[in-house]
Design a protein around this ligand. Structure first.
Ligand SMILES: C[S@@+](CC[C@H](N)C(=O)[O-])C[C@H]1O[C@@H](n2cnc3c(N)ncnc32)[C@H](O)[C@@H]1O
Length: 257
């Protein structure tokens, strides 16, 4: 049987992203936002999409919330289960395979928060995003929140880098309707880049609360000799709230009306 995408990456994902300097800086910014959003709320039901290795599921569970952590990749879920078990959070987290392109959730199962971190939504097309939004609206409680962290089309640092490398054609492909094939541990993953307007149009039934940049440096710059300068740029751009559509990832928050 063909492996799910990201199965090959699963055992190295934390080393390649979660535990890198850039990965930690960006995730801490997402957590800062979520801490404020969840402050003072008692045990919430959280549906996590594309949970990967369970880093965020553990974060929510440690705050006492109940999480259904889902992903397409059984190997990612294996790593997530191990992490949750090792941290003693098994009571708060259940895991389940779920494909964003055809999400099957139990009828009548309702959530306070639906969360997707670090580009899971970039694995599906705009049409699939529209369909996902329809399904999610049926499983979110009134005034419930959807928080997504997404890769936009016009990442400014990527643009500079591709220009410098004479590869501007690769950058322009981020704007095309056809997916860009991104190499993840030797596997070519179809990747769709979405502007915040794309997300707003897919989630038009929801109220848009905020869009904010989460970080400006793509993680492949982790070992670059330009990291120091890029890091300064990242801090300035984040503090001055540069356009989220030029970030590496941005956070978008919707609320059910
Ligand atoms: C870049 S990782 C992000 C993982 C995690 N959310 C995090 O914050 O580290 C993208 C995740 O999306 C999952 N994914 C890719 N396509 C998917 C799909 N069609 N349905 C559900 N999950 C998918 C992958 O298996 C992977 O775990």
């Amino acid at each position: 049987m063909k492996k799910a995408t990201f199965d090959i990456e699963a055992s190295n994902y934390d080393q390649h992203f979660t535990d890198t300097k850039i990965g930690r800086i960006q995730r801490n910014r997402v957590w800062k936002y979520m801490r404020k959003l969840l402050a003072g709320k008692k045990q919430l039901k959280i549906l996590e999409l594309n949970c990967g290795t369970g880093e965020d599921a553990a974060f929510f569970a440690e705050k006492g919330h109940m999480v259904l952590a889902t992903d397409l990749s059984p190997k990612m879920l294996e790593v997530a289960n191990r992490k949750i078990w090792n941290k003693g959070l098994k009571y708060n987290v259940q895991t389940q395979t779920l494909d964003l392109r055809n999400p099957k959730l139990k009828r009548g199962e309702m959530y306070d928060v639906i969360f997707s971190n670090f580009g899971g939504l970039n694995c599906i097309s705009k049409t699939e995003l529209d369909q996902l939004s329809d399904v999610l609206s049926k499983h979110l409680l009134p005034k419930g929140s959807c928080v997504f962290v997404v890769m936009p089309k016009n990442t400014i640092v990527e643009k500079w880098f591709r220009k410098y490398k004479n590869q501007s054609d690769i950058f322009h492909k981020r704007n095309a309707q056809i997916p860009l094939k991104v190499n993840v541990s030797g596997e070519l993953i179809s990747t769709y880049f979405h502007s915040d307007d794309d997300l707003k149009s897919s989630f038009y039934k929801f109220q848009h609360i905020v869009t904010k940049p989460i970080g400006f440096i793509p993680s492949y710059f982790e070992h670059s000799n330009r990291y120091f300068l890029l890091n300064i740029f990242d801090k300035i751009a984040t503090i001055l709230k540069f356009n989220a559509n030029t970030a590496d990832h941005y956070l978008i928050h919707f609320q059910k009306k």
